[in-house]
Write a protein that binds this ligand. Sequence first.
Ligand SMILES: [Zn+2]
Length: 493
Amino acid sequence: MRRIAFAGFNLESVTAVPQVSTRADFERVTYRGAEIPAQFRGTNTVAGGTLKVLEAAGAEMVPLYHALLGALGPAADDAIIAFGDELEAGLTGNGPLDGLVLYLHGACWAPGFEDVERYVIERARAAAPDLPIAVPLDYHGNVDARTFAAADIAVAYRHSPHIDMGETGERATTALLRMIETGVKPGLAVARPGVVISSIMSATRLEPLSEIIAEARALEAASDCDISVMGGFAYADSPNTGMSVICLDWDGQPAAEAKAKALSDRLWQARADLTGAIPVWSMEAALEDAAAHRGTGRPIVLLEHADRMNDSTHLLRAMLEPAIAQRLGRVMVPFLLDPASAAAAHAAGAGAEITLELAGKSAPETGGPLPISARVLWTGEKRFTVSGRYQQGAPVDLGLTALIEVGAIRISVVSHFAFAVDGDPFYIFVEKPEDYDVILLRSKTHFRDFYEPLAESILVTDTPDLGPADVRLIPFAQLETAGVYPWCADGGA
Ligand SMILES: [Zn+2]
């Protein structure tokens, strides 16, 4: 029986966020050993997809660890090193192994590393010089050829929203088993067009991105390869920040290089349209539009996309202005991150009237804390299982949570960062999104799978925050922006 090790270490880092994700933060979400199949079997996750393929092939998963922290700030250097140490120990201390599935993000950033993922892969290679290594990763990874120099296989999500995490685990594991059984190492190439797009422009159904991705699918249908068109992640500052194309090709390295280059050229040609694929609203215009068009029976989604820590207060502050609030109707603000306010509401108890300095505490750019008087509707520990397609079946722990109300605006205040991208922020309080006029979300693309069919309109709203729509506002220190779009002269693309 083939024995395939599995390890996952996954964080999307905004370099400018002051809060560092520590070893303890990773530990809070880490599963080890038998916990991994127990938690992820049958889920739409990379670990779930990996298990599905291994079990169907009669192979054994040797589960090491799974730490998926989501999208936050930088990682602490010692957390990266500790998980690297644990990976090495896991690969040398678990008997003979036939392969490794190493699930990474691609845009984890830590101050002591030029490329965190490259470091982790190199640790695995150092521990197991001849072991086939497959790396499933996030579509928002910042990668180059050096990232995967010590790996054999790399494939990424094809969709943003990431509704295909399970399939990505399946693709990586299927390719790994093929390499093990045939002894053939596929070609693996990365091409970079020199284009940086904001997260909101990385939704894979937007044109012309969707057309270029369709060309990748056509190339796969015509030959024996697996292509990952990568959106990259503008807010992680590294030498390889930006879009890329990964090609895994069973026809060899020259074929992989040619296909990656061809699609990378297509991204460069489309650069102006990629960076401006959807309209971005000012706060004032978005609030006016939401007020003018409510009452259709379908909610309007306001997207405070530039918020990177789920605690920004720019839009909420504007919505609480009485003249605006009375025109917006019923408003829900899900999963606002503020452990201190959740604890204060819990101490006061349901039914209490309290004053809070709400959220806006992670960085000055968030808009700062918002002084409010609110009524507490519910408090307690909240855990649930994801019902939407993004990470379906995965466990979520919000920690101590409070549902509070200011006039017609309801806010769920949570203690752990969590994505509000589907119906769960409503269902967990026995509510429905359809019952609200306006919903304030902080997602970038993942909300689209659930909310595009549901919403009357989606207003992508820019605020002066850490994740601006115009990537030229990001203070890059590591990325050399000369020659990269949109810093370089357009050339009339
Ligand atoms: Zn992503």
